[in-house]
Every structure is written in structure tokens, then in C-alpha cells.
Design a protein around this ligand. Structure first.
Ligand code: PGA
Length: 262
């Protein structure tokens, strides 16, 4: 169970799914039943063209459900065709941004250095970055999980400083568990979460390390969320497929609200 001084955070990564009407309806449904997950921070991350109507839908229901983007550039403005700056995201009411998702790392070539630059820019613009790390199946089977995740954490979070790191959310998403239905066991997830937390004092301080929220992501569903939520270093979830249905997303969030079970 998440330590009492860390507020659990459950975010829905809609990826390139839904349309305008369905996105607004999903946001309204989640925001309208927000009380199902009392005490849990909820974040919806729609495709960027739907950020404005999704912010409007969550605001209409009280504004207690935050909205995040799935990516951002590291510059404030300029000749970067097709990109969005962190300042543009805050301008339309976004409070979070997912950075370094494995799909961006593998399909769009994002490196730890690029993720690091984006995280710094997001923090400077007042956004909360959700920085994703995680090993591939090949890396896990070769016994390289710790080395891979360590390099990603150190590279992606370098130089954020204690204040920046304290505001950052980390998502551990083993690549082999994303969209595959193959969830990490609570033991596997907790082991890597504890490793990640053990790396944070060197990047900040012991006090900050204890406060940073670390989400698990990868095939989180209503029927496995409670066991994950029961782990001491798992402070929430980054949910893909199951975030496209209000019932499933809220059931996952509710598991973190009650602290899970074994
Ligand atoms: P999934 O995706 O829940 O569909 O596995 C998680 C993610 O990619 O963030």
C-alpha cells in the first residue's frame, strides 16, 4: 500500500484512440463518478486534438480530474512543424504530460537525453511530467532489467534537482507487459519500483526520494489492480487499454483508493 504521504495517482493513456464525441463522453463519465476513487489523483491523457474539449468536460464536472498530454517538445516555440510546446499545453489547461513512453522511445527514437530535455522543459512550464521507463522482454530474459532501468532513470531524470524531481511522476512500464495482457506480477513490479526508489536519493535527497510517486503500467486491469496497489512502492497506475472504459478505469483507481489487497 502506498505510503500515507504519497497520494496515489492513476492516469489513463488513451493513445491514438477514440474520437471527439467518445472522448468527451468518457471524460464526463469519469469526472462525474470521480467520488468512486476518493483520495486518488486522476489524470486523463487524450490525443492532443481532444485536449481542449476534454479539459472543458472535466472542468464542467468540477475540475477535480486533471488532463495531460501524451508528449511535448522541449522548446517553448519556434520552427518545429507538428510539435506542441509545454507552454501550449498549460495554456489550454493541461497539468500533466507523459514523456518517454516506450512507444515514443521505440517507434519515434526518443532517447534518455531527449526525454530529459523534455522533462526539464515541462517542469519549467509548470507541467507535471510522467516519465516512463521499462525493459523489453529480451532485456529481462538476459538479466538486464536493473541495468536498463537504472540507465533510463539516471539519463531521463538527470539534473531535475530536488524540487523538479519531487514534482515528477515516474511510470515503470515493462515493455513486454504493454498492451499484451501479460501483467508483471506484483513481486516483479515491486522489485523494480524499489530499485527505482533506491536510485532517487543520488538524484535529489532521501526525503524527496520517499515522496516521489512511481506508477506501474502494462496491462493493468480491474482484476489485477488490487494486488499491484497493495505493494509498498507502487503509487498508482498508468493505464492504456482499460482507460478507454469509464467502469474499468474507475475500478482500477478505486483499488488504489482503498490501498489494494493481497
Ligand atoms: P496497456 O498500456 O494498459 O494497454 O498495457 C499501458 C501504457 O502503454 O501506458
Amino acid at each position: 500500500m502506498t505510503a500515507p504521504f504519497r497520494t496515489p495517482i492513476v492516469a489513463g493513456n488513451w493513445k491514438m484512440n477514440l474520437d471527439h464525441a467518445k472522448g468527451v463522453a468518457l471524460a464526463a463519465a469519469v469526472a462525474g463518478r470521480r467520488a468512486d476513487a476518493a483520495g486518488v489523483e486522476l489524470v486523463l491523457c487524450p490525443p492532443s486534438v481532444y485536449l481542449v474539449p476534454v479539459v472543458a468536460a472535466t472542468n464542467a464536472a468540477g475540475g477535480d480530474v486533471a488532463v495531460g498530454a501524451q508528449n511535448a517538445h522541449d522548446k517553448e516555440s519556434g520552427a518545429y512543424t507538428g510539435e506542441l510546446s509545454p507552454q501550449m499545453l498549460t495554456d489550454v489547461g493541461c497539468r500533466y504530460v507523459i514523456l518517454g513512453h516506450s512507444e515514443r522511445r521505440t517507434l519515434f527514437g526518443e532517447t534518455d537525453a531527449a526525454v530529459n530535455a523534455k522533462a526539464k522543459a515541462a517542469l519549467a512550464a509548470g507541467l507535471t511530467p510522467i516519465v516512463c521507463v521499462g525493459e523489453t522482454l529480451e532485456e529481462r530474459e538476459a538479466g538486464r532489467t536493473d541495468a536498463v532501468v537504472t540507465a533510463q532513470i539516471q539519463g531521463s531524470l538527470a539534473g531535475l534537482g530536488p524540487d523538479g524531481l519531487a514534482r515528477t511522476v515516474i511510470a515503470y512500464e515493462p515493455v513486454w507487459a504493454i498492451g499484451t495482457g501479460r501483467v508483471a506480477t506484483p513481486e516483479q513490479a515491486q522489485e523494480v519500483h524499489a530499485l527505482i526508489r533506491s536510485l532517487l536519493p543520488a538524484l535529489s535527497s532521501a526525503e524527496v526520494a520517499a515522496k516521489v510517486r512511481i506508477q506501474y503500467g502494462g496491462s493493468v486491469k480491474p482484476d489485477n489492480a488490487a494486488h499491484l496497489a497493495a505493494c509498498p512502492d507502487i503509487d498508482g497506475a498508468l493505464v492504456g487499454g482499460a482507460s478507454l472504459k469509464a467502469d474499468d478505469f474507475l475500478a482500477i483507481a478505486a483499488a488504489f483508493s482503498t490501498g489494494g489487497c493481497c
